[in-house]
Design a protein around this ligand. Sequence first.
Ligand code: BGC
Length: 265
Amino acid sequence: MQISLKGQVALVTGASSGIGRATAQAMAAAGARVAVNYRSERDEAEKVAAGIVQAGGEAFAIKADVSSEPDVEALFAETVKRFGAVDIVVANAGLQKDAGAAEMTLDDWRKVIDVNLTGQFLCARAAIRQFRAQGRRDVSKALGKLISMSSVHEVIPWAGHVNYAASKGGISLMMKTLAQEFAAEGVRVNAIAPGAIRTSINAEETEGEAGEKLLRLIPYGRIGAAEDVANAAVWLASDLADYVVGATIFVDGGMTLYPEFRGNG
Ligand code: BGC
């Protein structure tokens, strides 16, 4: 079975690298036109868009800080101007600013909540307003699809990362609340919770000795690739997942299965 997103427009935030980049590329490979959002890595985002165009797709790179209300408004307005609609939004942009909670600055707490949680709220609100404004299109069974990029840390507490874990815990219930609120209008809101995926956000933890240690937490025995997450996003956005509403898909090689209990407890 071939997954097709032909005729649809996908907006992916934080798409200049990592999971966002792979998701933008996978959406394009499935036939969607893609808005490749970035905040600071302009060259990288331009490369992602150019790669999609070279492969015969349609894409453009667009700067926006998802924690800024006017930036998010402009991001959606420009995407609609360029491509006429928005059918799929992947709220992916996120960051870590790690510190023990006793040492964490208020700035670092706020920054992570602003980008990871408030940023996703702003994108979700803009997406729902746009889905309503454009109405039903004959490209998909749903009025629109919103995919929240969460983390295994929406359920796994993470010492030394309280801002990040709180943001992802917040995303979990924000996603479910939005799904409950807008399902009757035909909006499908879901989340993906990646585990340890090799990207720049966790380069230190996934390489060398640290990587070996990390593997003990992954029953499936390998660190994930960004494409593992991107494939789930394409499926979730497609009509093959039309009855999936308010779900979190864990793409984590089993990290959430309490692997430390193997032979213990
Ligand atoms: C974090 C990574 C971490 C992974 C598993 C992700 O949400 O961004 O840094 O490796 O969770 O702990």
